[in-house]
Design a protein around this ligand. Structure first.
Ligand SMILES: *[C@@H]1O[C@H](CO)[C@@H](O)[C@H](O)[C@H]1NC(C)=O
Ligand SMILES: *[C@@H]1O[C@H](CO)[C@@H](O)[C@H](O)[C@H]1NC(C)=O
Ligand SMILES: *[C@@H]1O[C@H](CO)[C@@H](O)[C@H](O)[C@H]1NC(C)=O
Ligand SMILES: *[C@@H]1O[C@H](CO)[C@@H](O)[C@H](O)[C@H]1NC(C)=O
Ligand SMILES: *[C@@H]1O[C@H](CO)[C@@H](O)[C@H](O)[C@H]1NC(C)=O
Ligand SMILES: *[C@@H]1O[C@H](CO)[C@@H](O)[C@H](O)[C@H]1NC(C)=O
Ligand SMILES: CC(=O)N[C@H]1CO[C@H](CO)[C@@H](O)[C@@H]1O
Length: 690
């Protein structure tokens, strides 16, 4: 026993020198234990494990001491991060032991300093562990080591944990001691290679896994996309076996590597490497762009496209409005929980990464819902929208175009299909057309229209399309626009039929106009335009004379002139007549009355030409009146002169609704200058005698 211990000590001294140099490097490497390494480790005896162990770690320092209290060598060459003594091995592991037997491991503490240093075990024996201190005492020369011997006497086949605490002149540190009891071993392979897989399809590999260990296995299995594993946890009795299936469901072409983490309930993590290769298939749409016939709103036109393949796998397809694959987003949701769990097991220290992946997945679901909604609201649909194509089968799709508006539709939709990483685009172009209503004319020059005259025009609306055409007329809200009426104003013209609409016009205003009447057809983006133009004129009346010439008139003897007022227009006319320039005073007097009046002597002719005092010498009959359409009326103008001299006046016509002084006719007369009051007296007398 002692001889064996000595030989082992010698071996260890040599190995240590080598190992120390590599230590830093070894610490940096994160060694993942593969199933074969794990199995080998577990099957080793305590001695084999010791001789095989390569990892050297500085021990955990419990407390720093003041070196000056115990030594005059206050400065040490050893880094402050490390204790002065490096233990070997870093951890004491007993395994594959039998109850009631005693096992031992030598523990070396190497003085790394350039001066002699002290190291002392703080006695911590337990029922099962016992430590023998070196006989030479606790002072160790530089570069040499103190050798302790740790004895272990188990009572049961189970795990034991203990720790040894040492103190040097500068620190106290701890060395863990453990005894590994029976362990489960699942005989996984180090590497699982999955069959070649088309993108978005899946392949799987099943292994029969046996528990070749000495304990029941309670385990968890975890991996990440594009791999998945079933079962994800289980219990396996010693010697029993079960099937474990790894599935490979890649979304991108290329090679994929991932770890399958096997976590034993005893705390060990074993990593199995997964590998899968993924390829794209020669799958394409035929044709990849579709131009649909012009289609009436609410009707549909259909085109066919087909999906061709060169593969022998079943293809799953799904049509979407955008290039995002719903499958991917959904599976990413599913996977994210597994990922979180794995991250938790592996490194508890990075919570932000977990948070990020959660945010990411909720974002994609929102996008996805939006996309699906958009697709179902659309005027372009594909049937069937999703399904499966069996190997060597062709799938025909109907692209259905059901326009809701008269416009050009241009859209790209996508077929997400197994075997293609990016969804296959299908460009679609179609034109929606509205009801096709035509007018038999679209311009009307009404030329001259009499004021107040009702005009009527007929227009034909013809529906040449395949769908009914609801229409409505609209006139502009302007002076003349408001003069239009429609009969009927709105309606529906069935396909192939026509309808007559009466457009009425009647204006009480004069002037020329040019109005666009709109025929609004439901479903047509632009209304049809009907242009009406013309000029509203007053009645074009006239007299049968161009002037009213009384010639010479006798003073005080009324003279009447008769003429005719013609109204050749189709509207009646209300008029008033007056003499412009006639006096505004009392009516002139006739010679008869002057003679009768005794005032005659005093009467003098008017010389002052002031209008208000001057008598009104003209009377027009009728002064106001109405001429019916296409008729005439006699007008009597009477002049009873009380003034000596020439008359150059005018008969003016005011037309109701049209204007004042619409027409003027000159009036000429001459009152004899020789007719004096004396002469008038004579004449009057003469008149009485006859
Ligand atoms: C561990 O030890 C065994 C035998 O003791 C040996 O066959 C094996 O190669 C060693 N492994 C390592 C990694 O040193
Ligand atoms: C199981 O235990 C026996 C006896 O203790 C031992 O010989 C054997 O190597 C152990 N097997 C494993 C796989 O640990
Ligand atoms: C498209 O229109 C053409 C002629 O207008 C017609 O011959 C063809 O059958 C139409 N196609 C479909 C799918 O309706
Ligand atoms: C598909 O067709 C190919 C050749 O046309 C044939 O070799 C293959 O067996 C067929 N596969 C199936 C599943 O029918
Ligand atoms: C105009 O009409 C009146 C009444 O009808 C008539 O007496 C007169 O002779 C006419 N004058 C002319 C110039 O025709
Ligand atoms: C003319 O006057 C009559 C009675 O005052 C009236 O009823 C009619 O509407 C008027 N006609 C026109 C054209 O103004
Ligand atoms: C749907 C389709 O195009 N199927 C084809 C799949 O590939 C095989 C082999 O190339 C063809 O024969 C099928 O027609």
């Amino acid at each position: 026993m002692v001889v064996m211990g000595m030989i082992m000590m010698m071996m260890m001294m040599m190995m240590m020198m080598m190992i120390m140099a590599m230590m830093v490097l070894m610490l940096m490497l994160w060694l993942q234990v593969t199933p074969s390494v794990f199995t080998q480790e577990i099957l080793q005896s305590t001695e084999e494990r010791l001789s095989n162990s390569t990892k050297v770690r500085p021990p955990r320092v419990l407390e720093w001491l003041d070196i000056g209290d115990v030594s005059h060598h206050k400065l040490s060459l050893v880094d402050l991060e490390q204790p002065i003594f490096q233990p070997y091995p870093s951890e004491l592991v007993f395994q594959n032991f039998l109850p009631a037997q005693t096992y031992m491991i030598p523990l070396l503490l190497l003085n790394n300093d350039k001066v002699s240093r002290r190291v002392k075990l703080e006695q911590q024996d337990s029922e099962y562990f016992h430590v023998d201190a070196p006989k030479e005492g606790n002072k160790v020369a530089p570069g040499l080591s103190a050798t302790f011997t740790v004895y272990f006497t188990p009572q049961e086949n189970k795990d034991y944990h203990h720790s040894l605490v040492f103190s040097t002149e500068r620190e106290r540190f701890e060395i863990p001691v453990c005894a590994i009891g029976p362990r489960a071993i699942l005989d996984f392979r180090d590497r699982i290679e999955l069959p070649l897989c088309p993108v978005k399809a899946s392949t799987e590999k099943t292994h029969l896994v046996r528990n070749i260990g000495n304990s029941t296995a309670n385990f968890q299995l975890l991996t990440q996309r594009p791999f998945s594993v079933t079962p994800t946890s289980g219990t396996l009795e010693i010697g029993d076996s079960m099937q474990v299936t790894v599935e490979f469901h890649p979304m991108t072409a290329g090679d994929h590597w991932e770890d399958l983490l096997l976590h034993y309930h005893t705390g060990e993590n074993v990593y199995i490497s997964l590998f899968g290769s993924c390829e794209e298939l020669n799958v394409h749409l035929q044709p990849d762009s579709v131009r649909l016939n012009k289609t009436f709103i609410s009707l549909a036109s259909v085109r066919t496209v087909s999906l061709t393949n060169d593969s022998e796998t079943s293809l799953q397809y799904c049509w979407t409005a955008g290039p995002i694959q719903p499958e991917e987003s959904l599976s990413s949701l599913r996977e994210s929980s597994v990922l979180q769990h794995m991250e938790k097991l592996q490194c508890e220290s990075n919570p932000s990464a977990v948070l990020r992946s959660q945010e990411l997945s909720s974002q994609t679901t929102e996008d996805l819902l939006l996309l699906l909604q958009e697709f179902s609201n659309n005027c372009i649909t594909v049937e069937p929208a999703e399904g499966l194509i069996w190997p060597n089968m062709t799938r025909r799709f109907s692209v259905i175009f059901k326009p809701e508006e008269a416009k050009l539709y241009q859209q790209t939709i996508y077929c997400d299909v197994t075997g293609r990483q990016s969804p296959l685009p299908l460009r679609i172009q179609g034109e929606g057309i509205g009801p096709e209503l035509c007018l038999n004319y679209n311009m009307m020059n009404m030329k001259n229209v009499y004021i107040g005259s009702p005009e009527l025009y007929k227009v034909q609306l013809m529906n040449n399309g395949l769908i009914k055409a609801p229409f409505r007329w609209s006139a502009p809200d302007t002076t003349f626009g408001r003069c239009f009426t429609f009969q009927p104003e709105e309606g529906v013209v069935p396909p192939g039929a026509s309808q007559t609409v009466e457009i009425g016009f009647q204006s009480r205003s004069l002037g020329s106009f040019c109005e666009d009447l709109l025929l609004i057809v439901t479903g047509q983006p632009q209304p049809l335009v009907m242009n009406f133009r013309g000029c509203v004129i007053g009645p074009n009346f006239h007299f049968n004379v161009s002037e009213i010439n009384f010639g010479d008139v006798a003073f005080g003897f009324p003279m009447t002139y008769i003429c005719t007022l013609f109204n050749p227009s189709f509207v009646p006319m209300n008029f008033s007549l007056r003499v412009l320039g006639d006096g505004l005073g009392p009516p002139s007097v006739t010679a008869d009355r002057q003679v009768a009046d005794e005032t005659l002597k005093t009467w003098r002719g008017h010389t002052a030409r002031e209008l208000h005092t001057q008598p009104a010498e003209f009377t027009v009959s009728p002064a106001t009146g109405s001429v019916r359409a296409l008729s005439d009326i006699n007008v009597k103008a009477t002049l009873c002169s009380n003034t000596v001299g020439r008359y150059r006046l005018a008969l003016v016509v005011d037309v109701e609704g049209v204007g004042e002084e619409v027409m003027t006719i000159p009036i000429n007369a001459r009152s004899d200058t020789s007719s004096s009051p004396d002469q008038l007296q004579r004449s009057a007398r003469l008149l009485r005698h006859t």
